[in-house]
Design a protein around this ligand. Structure first.
Ligand code: ADP
Length: 718
């Protein structure tokens, strides 16, 4: 075959003869010419015409045979440009040979390149050419046998454009083409043009038919594929599939459906299973809707309903379906068992309710905020905290409407930081409610990424108003306690005053006695002495009355004697004073002994002592700046069935020689001190039959301790 992949290699590798050297077209007219045989020619043309009408598919072959018959050549055929362009195919890249008769017949289907070959030259020159031994110029034709002695090539046209050639070949020099051949071929060329167009129409039709057939085949295949898929779906029993008619019958169903409603194929075959019977009365309305939809559109959109099962229980389902095409009464539906979804939904609802309840109980609301889209979602409790109707759409503005004017800047700052991608936040702010009350909120936000990798904050917002109020109440209690302490201090003061006053009192009494002795002397100054004595005694009585009233005012007549758990009492004091201590940078650690026995005494008084020791410790530490302020409060059992409480600090400590004076009234080393705390504490502890003492630590600071007996037989000292 000539049309081989090696064409280009051959074209390039072998030197070729010039076009002129292989053309002898002009010779045609010079050669002696045979006479025209019009009769034969007419017969041939008539035959060709009927061939166009009867068997257009073979028209090229008929044409080739006609050329050979009329010109008496050895081989004849057609070259057409390949149809890779649009009609007419003037842009084809190659010529191919659709029909050849004679010696070259085995080469049907072969061809030559468009840009380098005899046909190409004919098209370029746009005229009939006679070649002799064209293989000398076109080496790829060399292997084509038998070789061509002469080849007469005639172009033909469609719409004025050359699209192909007809040709005849002499393989020997026994006969040569002449002027008569030239004339005949020219008229056959015209015919070739019509034949080509007829063929092209047919070809186009063929292509159209083929395309349509292909499309139909695809649809068929798709349909059969779809059918297979639907069958697979039905048989897989992943969803229930049921066939039914509008009268209420179920005409077929897969196992999945039967399983859902607890029937079997036998029940189905008996005709006992009807969808109308399977439907509980309250769901019939939905079915009527579906049927109305079916009658209108041929399908019904999925909807939820329930079916009775054989045992009378119900199964929730999702149902959707369609009528069969072309049949107004029968249809098919898929049925999805919703029990699991319902359960999951119920679980979700329960856990949401649980969460909401937990939020309600703890006064904690929550929200999520997608930064990029400003999408905000609130929990119900947050709506309650803000006192908005649940369901009011949340926007950043709405949040801000309730924020206390003084806290708006803070919130804006937080939002700004969040947009810049800060990780975690914790902040306090206030809401100013419509009734002018204030709510204190404590918020904690945590940054996460949602499924799309977008920044999202999840925040918990706690209403700490109640806590805040109780803190205020605590503060009040604390100041009351301080007041009581002061009162106790005044008690000691009174005692000191009493002590001081008792001295002159006894002097007065002594003077009075002297006065009496004067009376008994000779001569007695009775009137003067009596008057003096009376006044002295009256003043003395008045002074002692004052003292008694003072004592009565500041000393409790009775000290409570309750059972006191010193661990618990200590814990309360620590809790009460914690925020104050923390403000001063003090870290308190409590080391409370397990199973500490109770003591009998006055809980409030003992707590005053502990409070006093804590304050003193903190004060002592505030006077040094070079170390962390650690305060340890320890409870444990002391020997002799006693309980000991110690407060250990790392403060300034005290000089050994001052150790005894610390507990004296009015002894203080502080600018603003009164020097009463320790002396009051000492008297309280002693009234509990206990002991209060101070020790210098091995390291920095001091430890103040008291120890009191667990049980006491006799009452407390007044
Ligand atoms: P005040 O604290 O008003 O001075 P206190 O009776 O409580 O009265 O204390 C008397 C003095 O004892 C204090 O001024 C201080 O010098 C000394 N003192 C008390 N507690 C400590 C302590 N933890 N460390 C060192 N010195 C202390």
């Amino acid at each position: 075959m000539t049309e081989t992949k090696n064409d280009s290699t051959l074209e390039a590798s072998i030197p070729t003869a010039s076009l002129e050297s292989i053309l002898c077209t002009e010779e045609l007219q010079r050669r002696p010419s045979r006479p025209p045989d019009y009769e034969k020619e007419n017969r041939a043309l008539a035959k060709l015409l009927s061939a166009v009408a009867d068997s257009p598919r073979t028209i090229f072959q008929t044409l080739a045979e006609t050329i050979r018959d009329i010109t008496q050549c050895d081989s004849a055929g057609l070259s057409l440009l390949t149809r890779d362009g649009k009609t007419p195919h003037v842009d084809g890249q190659r010529f191919y040979w659709p029909a050849i008769c004679g010696m070259w017949n085995p080469h049907v289907g072969g061809g030559t390149p468009r840009n380098f070959g005899p046909c190409g030259d004919v098209l370029d020159q746009n005229r009939t050419l006679l070649f002799t031994h064209f293989e000398r110029r076109y080496p790829y034709l060399m292997p084509v046998s038998p070789a061509a002695e002469e080849c007469l090539l005639v172009p033909f046209y469609v719409d004025g454009k050359a699209v192909g050639t007809i040709w005849g070949i002499m393989h020997s020099d026994l006969r040569k083409f002449d002027g008569e051949d030239d004339r005949v071929m020219a008229s056959l060329g015209k015919f070739a043009s019509s034949a080509y167009q007829a063929w092209m129409h047919i070809e186009d039709l063929r292509i159209q038919v083929a395309e349509r057939e292909k499309a139909e085949a695809e649809v068929r295949q798709l349909a059969s594929g779809l059918e297979a898929k639907v069958r697979r779906l039905v048989e897989a029993n992943v969803v229930g599939v049921v066939m039914w008619n509008l009268e209420g019958a179920i005409t077929g169903a897969n196992e999945a459906f039967l399983h859902m409603v607890q029937y079997d194929q036998g029940d189905l075959a008996s005709g006992r299973v009807r969808w109308t019977d399977l439907t509980p009365p309250e769901w019939r309305e939905c079915d009527y809707w579906a049927i109305a939809q079916l009658k209108k559109t041929g399908i019904f959109q999925p909807y939820e309903k329930e079916f009775f099962r054989k045992d009378g229980s119900r199964v929730p389902v999702l149902l959707g379906g369609a009528l069969f095409e072309g049949n107004g009464n029968d249809g098919v539906a898929f049925v999805l068992d919703l029990r699991q979804q319902k359960r999951a939904r119920e679980e979700l609802r329960r856990s949401e309710a649980f969460l909401a309840e937990a939020q309600r109980l703890t006064h904690i609301g929550s929200y999520s905020w997608r930064v990029a889209t400003d999408e905000i979602k609130w929990s119900e409790q947050l709506y309650r905290i803000y006192e908005f109707e649940i369901g009011v759409p949340v926007t950043p503005e709405l949040i801000r409407t309730r924020v206390h004017p003084e806290d708006v800047t803070l919130i804006e700052k937080m939002v700004e930081q969040a947009r810049n991608g800060r990780d975690d936040f914790e902040w306090q702010y206030r809401l100013l409610m419509p009734d002018h009350s204030i709510k204190y909120l404590h918020a904690v936000a945590h940054a996460t990424r949602d499924q799309d990798g977008q920044l999202e904050y999840i925040a918990a917002v706690q209403d700490v108003t109640a806590r805040r109020l109780s803190e205020e109440a605590f503060d009040k209690a604390r100041s009351e306690l301080a007041h009581v302490t002061r009162m106790m201090s005044l008690g000691t003061l009174a005692a000191a005053i009493a002590h001081e006053i008792n001295q002159p009192l006894s002097g007065i009494v002594t003077n009075a006695s002297t006065c009496q002795r004067m009376l008994t002397a000779t001569p007695p100054n009775i009137n003067g002495a009596l008057e003096t004595a009376r006044r002295t005694i009256r003043d003395a009585n008045r002074a002692s009355e004052v003292i008694v009233r003072l004592r009565a005012l500041f000393n409790r007549k009775e000290t409570a004697t309750e059972s006191v758990d010193l661990n618990e009492a200590t814990r309360e004091v620590v809790a009460l004073s914690l925020s104050g201590l923390q403000r001063n940078g003090v870290v308190v650690r409590a080391e409370l002994a397990d199973n500490l026995p109770c003591v009998t005494g006055d809980r409030i008084q003992l707590q005053q002592v502990v409070l006093n020791l804590l304050r003193n410790g903190a004060d002592a530490m505030s006077r040094v700046d070079d170390r962390p302020r650690h305060l340890v409060i320890i409870t444990d059992r002391d020997e002799g069935d006693r309980v000991r409480v110690s407060v250990k600090d790392v403060g300034v400590g005290f000089e050994p020689q001052a150790a005894d004076r610390l507990f004296e009234g009015f002894y203080t080393t502080k600018d603003d001190g009164m020097g009463i705390g320790l002396s009051v504490s000492k008297s309280i502890i002693e009234s509990h039959h206990g002991r209060l003492w101070a020790e210098q630590n091995d390291g920095p600071g001091a430890t103040f301790s008291f120890s009191i007996p667990c049980r006491r037989e006799q009452g407390l000292a007044a």
